[in-house]
Design a protein around this ligand. Structure first.
Ligand code: SAM
Length: 322
């Protein structure tokens, strides 16, 4: 039987509100798992979360129980030889009263092997939630390489945060895919994609933005990939389109029409579309072509949200045998 792996969704105060629905969607795509509880996803497989923006780690489950006493019994029975371990404790929510040191100490007491807090060879984790204790061995971790080097020269006022860009890329594509960002601005999405080995084409209607993307890529040692183009005139087929649309901030009718036109064209370019807009746009993905359409809200201020749409085309049906 395959061991269960539980994954912890990250929290980051700078991304208050960003890190719930988006984190969950990203983790489910990367691990094929399902949500168990707030900030916890579990799966019967070990997904590679090294490129994740909002998943901290995955831990192979050793034991779970409703009380610390029961957990200790299960850990004792498992008699696992995990030399030089260190136990980390996560409480969800953080205000739970249990004492983390006490949890560490009481689990360590029933382990067969000895801890090494300074140079651990095994990182173990105990997650305490309102209903359960989970205990496991960390087997996969995010590399958090989505952070932008501080000296990147170009940025535009509407640039999305790097971490959000990484999550958008992860929702649509995997290393080896080729994607298009046809509204690249200063290049957040192409940079995040290239950092994880996804080939990227990019364009923008504004030549200054094209220059900004290519300059940023060059600073990181990547080849230029951006060209000047109106996205409504782009032709071709990519594995995915990942983009952050410009219009719709003010809700004018003309702006809505432009977004409709743009989306009508975007959906012809790839079987997987991840697109951020200023309002939910389910209508663009209707008509039966897409198997799954989600609009993930992304609060950008107390009164305003962006929506990240994730649309995945239905698999092509097999031709009937002759
Ligand atoms: C929200 S910004 C993208 C920001 C970018 N994701 C970043 O992080 O820097 C939208 C971009 O779309 C571009 N744009 C607007 N209309 C366009 C069109 N019809 N075709 C291509 N690009 C367009 C704008 O010039 C702007 O750079």
């Amino acid at each position: 039987m395959t061991a269960r792996t539980f994954y912890l969704l990250s929290r980051d105060a700078r991304f208050r509100g960003y890190d719930s629905a988006l984190a969950l969607a990203e983790c489910i795509v990367l691990t094929q798992g399902t949500r168990e509880e707030e900030r916890i996803v579990s799966s019967d497989r070990v997904g590679d979360i090294s490129r994740a923006a909002f998943t901290a780690f995955g831990a192979e489950e050793i034991a779970r129980a409703e009380s610390l006493d029961d957990l200790r019994e299960k850990v004792r029975e498992a008699a696992l030889d995990l030399p030089d371990f260190r136990i980390e404790v996560v409480k969800i929510p953080g205000r739970l009263r249990d004492n983390s040191l006490d949890i560490q100490r009481r689990i360590a007491e029933v382990m067969v092997s000895r801890p090494d807090l300074l140079n651990p060879k095994q990182r173990l984790v105990a997650i305490r939630t309102e209903t359960l204790f989970r205990f496991g061995r960390i087997v996969t971790e995010a590399s958090t390489d989505w952070g932008r080097p501080l000296d990147l020269p170009e940025r535009c006022s509407r640039s999305i945060p790097d971490r959000i860009g990484r999550a958008m890329v992860n929702l649509a594509a995997s290393p080896g895919d080729r994607i298009l960002d046809p509204c690249c601005g200063a290049g957040t999405i192409p940079i995040q994609a290239m950092q994880v080995g996804i080939e990227t084409d990019a364009s923008d209607i504004n030549f200054k933005m094209v220059g900004a993307t290519n300059l940023n890529l060059a600073r990181l040692g990547y080849p230029p990939c951006a060209e000047v183009a109106d996205l409504r005139e782009r032709k071709g087929r990519w594995d995915a389109v990942v983009t952050d649309l410009p219009y719709g901030w003010f809700g004018h009718e003309e702006e809505h029409r432009q977004v409709d036109d743009i989306l009508d064209h975007l959906v012809t370019l790839a079987p997987r579309i991840v697109v951020a807009t200023a309002s939910p746009r389910h209508a663009a993905f209707e008509g039966g072509r897409f198997a799954r359409v989600e609009a993930i809200p992304l609060p950008v201020s107390p009164r305003r949200s962006r929506y990240i749409h994730v649309a995945v085309e239905k698999p092509a049906s097999k031709a009937p045998a002759l």
